[in-house]
Ligand binder design. Sequence first.
Ligand code: NDP
Length: 475
Amino acid sequence: MAAKSQPNIPKAKSLDSVTNDRTASQGQWGRAWEVDWFSLGSIIFLLLCAPFIVYYFIMACDQYSCALTGPVVDIATGRARLSDIWAKTPPITRKAAQLYTLWVTFQVLLYTSLPDFCHKFLPGYVGGIQEGAVTPAGVVNKYQINGLQAWLLTHLLWFANAHLLSWFSPTIIFDNWIPLLWCANILGYAVSTFAMVKGYFFPTSARDCKFTGNFFYNYMMGVEFNPRIGKWFDFKLFFNGRPGIVAWTLINLSFAAKQRELHGHVTNAMVLVNVLQAIYVIDFFWNETWYLKTIDICHDHFGWYLGWGDCVWLPYLYTLQGLYLVYHPVQLSTPHAMGVLLLGLVGYYIFRVANHQKDLFRRTDGRCLIWGKKPKVIECSYMSADGQRHHSKLLVSGFWGVARHFNYVGDLMGSLAYCLACGGGHLLPYFYIIYMAILLTHRCLRDEHRCASKYGRDWEHYTAAVPYRLLPGIF
Ligand code: NDP
């Protein structure tokens, strides 16, 4: 196993013990090699509770019109027992299993069998064969970027069905929402377990595997860095983008169709949620090549966190606003709707421009203009596990000079806008902003720990030049 073939792997250091000792930091800057008790506790908690959290939210909508406290109050006051709630929960059905199999198979086919043609006619779009970042073992993977094409074809088919073909009802996703949840769980667990077994017995790149010696940590955070089947089927790129993010906009459309069916019209809140989230999704696919350089792809290993998370957590919890609006057809006043739209668009602008600035800066090796000026740079270097020294640069201008993760602030503003579109009637649609705030704060700390290990003193120069992580003067 990889751990045995690398007996002198150093332990991950804490931030304050970071030095510029390049040899010691060699190869240690991916996910942890050893697990502390806090991480282990959190992981076991998530493995045990995350599937129930998802079930609780969806069941609360189905049986209690999205009142989160409804089930707890009913059980506490003896009005219902757990077994009553479970008995009212729709089981997996043959129809849902067929639908889900068809859906995943269609996405696999689009991913593997249809080389990108969008980059041939869409000006400014970068698709086709692209290279990822250097992995800790020094490997550079190639990717077939065709997500935008898959999203476009899937949605074309959806609209063709809704307006011409009538093969299925546009409410089909809502109508099978809980039976589909069981199917998504089966795929999520199957793919995570397969990835774990593959990591031990037939990894794609053994030098990029990590074993902590702790089963739960390995299962959750993954062993293999970039598991693949064949040359092109990359688990991370496929599972994050295709069943999860392509589905996001379709799920919202199905919720809008259900709102119309039940209430006779689609409210402005539902339109706002559909439009703002569609901008985020289309942005993701338009910039799929950029995504190869983000933490999910170039730092995280593929385990339950990504496998189950992409199949279940993302499609079910990122779409709670649309689901809520089916049960509560909120119609916002014009100033409220305009405020939400403005917040969402400004958030998106910051998110996109910040991400674009870093991408442009890295692609041009700093030979570009940021906010009309030559960017300020911190030169840095790091070593990969094969002993190769690499050089890189950290941007200190634009949003990257305002705070070290201002891109997350834009994302959080957009997330808040989706929630505010649902009005103030219930807590459930606000889960998303609470979750994103925790996710992105944790991600920020995790990333900084990694960057400190990777770049050593050069990272300290950056934190001295840009002292705040998210909000200048606050954090
Ligand atoms: P970033 O895009 O911020 O990438 C962080 C990496 O960028 C660091 O590890 C480092 O990598 C490099 N870097 C850091 N500082 C600098 C700098 N000053 N100059 C140049 N490079 C730098 O993080 P994410 O991948 O987490 O996020 C990408 C986007 O995706 C964000 O906007 C985030 O909001 C969004 N996101 C959304 C999620 C969702 O569920 N909706 C989940 C996660 C992210 P290197 O090793 O290359 O130096």
